[in-house]
Ligand binder design. Structure first.
Ligand code: ARG
Length: 470
């Protein structure tokens, strides 16, 4: 092995190369570099470095002039990256070292002081948290657009009825708006979840240093304040190895994508000839290269399909973390690609679904027609008997026999005369028809969260208020 001829200079060009007698193998550099994807964090890395430098200066670790040189240098580097002129180097591994090296090249010795009292371990956690905090805000905006879309549709179709399903069998008639507002609820929970997750993201890790804290006189709270954090992390070892916040964020993403996927599944079914409940505008469909008659709901299918990616990202993160000893391990570098892919997929899906909602037309006649068969008001008939003091289980049996009778006769409940109905229960009178009609059934469901017009109007009013529709 060749010995180093100049003991003052390491043969390794790395920022960490001092103790190395040989330079890194090219294959190792290529395999271990993250710059191809973590360059996305540059703005956050620079903002974090500026805050760190400001704190170092306030605590006597940098002179005023050095601070100025660092801040100006970082601003120039940021502009260069913005404009696409910055040359990223794989040799410098990651975004942190690419920027630090560029700064040192630009401003000399002051640049080399920036990394005092910090490690890449707390630096990368900081960058990721700053990035995810912004992504929470962005996803909340996109969710609000989608929620607005549902409120608008629910207002447009207020009064229309459709079958509600359990087991994919027609179950009970509901208002179309009630079905639409179910999605409003799901996306509202997603919004809450993101905002809650944001609280745990918004705790500053910088100052945890490599994993044991630092002996240099720093003030972590000052950095946290400068960057808009709510506080600082409490344990330096936890700080270096924690990615709970990333898992939690991607879990929020997975939940959003699952909700989108369920919606898309319904749209695909409803747009098909078997249902014919919804028409998706031509601009949002594609054709078949062989079957001239086809108009396919590809956007809904793609969003449904993309749920695989987001759930996959969550599994990736969980698996990376399982069994990692404290504190930092290089495995953690693998956290970024799944996080970025989840962000890209969910934001693209939310934004296209927001547009898709504006390109739907419900076929309310078809929907109403679908409510008139399938004995969907059988529960209402049982409830009618309960109000006439028949115990529910007994009422259930009576109505079951009435339904069996209808099946034999090939008719619906409303087609039976009072005389016929009385054979099953003497308490049945003429007023039964108000109860077993589709509209009567819907109107009767006045329990909180039910599908009666009154309840749905209240829910819609509240939804509109939440999303700022007058
Ligand atoms: N690129 C690394 C990552 O993403 C940065 C932290 C490196 N720290 C270390 N001790 N090698 O995790």
């Amino acid at each position: 092995m060749a010995t180093n001829p100049n003991p003052k200079k390491s043969p390794s060009s790395k920022l960490w190369g001092g103790r190395f007698a040989q330079s890194t193998a090219a294959s190792v550099e290529a395999f271990s570099a993250s710059i191809d994807y973590d360059s996305r964090l540059y703005r956050y890395d620079i903002a974090g470095s500026k805050a760190h430098a400001t704190m170092l200066a306030a605590n006597g670790l940098l002179s005023k002039e050095e601070l100025q040189a660092i801040v100006d240098g970082l601003s120039e580097i940021e502009k260069e990256i913005d404009s696409g002129d910055f040359k990223f180097s794989q040799e410098l591994e990651d975004i942190h070292m690419n920027i630090e090296k560029a700064l040192a090249d630009r401003i000399g010795p002051a640049g080399a002081k920036l990394h005092s009292a910090r490690s890449r371990n707390d630096q990368v956690a900081l960058d990721l948290k700053l990035y995810l905090r912004d992504q929470c805000d962005l996803l909340v905006e996109l969710l609000d657009d989608v929620r607005r879309g549902f409120a608008t549709l629910a207002r447009t179709y207020l009064g229309a009825v459709m079958p509600g399903y359990t087991h994919m069998q027609r179950a009970q008639p509901v208002l179309v708006s009630h079905h639409l507002l179910a999605y409003f609820e799901m996306f509202s929970r997603d919004r809450d979840r993101l905002l809650d997750c944001r609280k745990r993201i918004n705790i500053c890790p910088l100052g945890g240093a490599a994993m044991a804290g630092t002996g240099l006189p720093i003030e972590r709270e000052q950095v946290a304040d400068l960057l808009g954090f709510d506080g600082v992390t409490s344990n330096s070892m936890d700080t270096a190895g924690d990615r709970d916040f990333a898992i939690e964020f991607v879990s929020c993403c997975a939940q959003i994508q699952l909700h989108l996927s369920r919606l898309c599944e319904e749209l695909v079914l409803w747009a098909g000839g078997e249902f014919d409940f919804v028409m998706i505008e031509d601009t949002f469909c594609t054709g078949s290269s062989i079957m001239p008659q086809k108009k396919n709901p590809d956007i809904a299918e793609l969003v449904r399909g993309k749920s695989g990616r987001v759930v996959g990202s969550l599994m990736t993160l969980l698996t990376i973390m399982k069994g990692l000893p404290l504190t930092y391990n290089r495995d953690l570098q693998e956290d970024k690609e799944p996080v970025f892919d989840a962000v890209d997929t969910v934001s693209a899906s939310l934004s296209i679904i927001g547009e898709l909602l504006e390109n739907l037309k419900f076929n309310t006649e078809k929907m109403r027609e679908a409510t008139t068969s399938g004995f969907m008001t059988a529960t209402d008939l049982a409830d009618y008997l309960v109000l006439k003091d028949v115990p529910f289980r007994e009422a259930h049996g009576i109505v079951g026999r009435i339904v069996g009778h209808c099946i034999d006769k090939g008719c619906e409940l409303v087609d039976l005369t009072v005389q016929e109905l009385k054979k099953f229960s003497a308490v049945i009178e003429k007023d039964v028809y108000e109860v077993i009609s589709v509209d009567g059934s819907v109107q009767s469901r006045i329990s909180t969260g039910g599908t009666s017009m009154q309840r749905v109007e209240e829910a819609l009013g509240s939804a509109e208020k939440q999303v700022g529709i007058a």
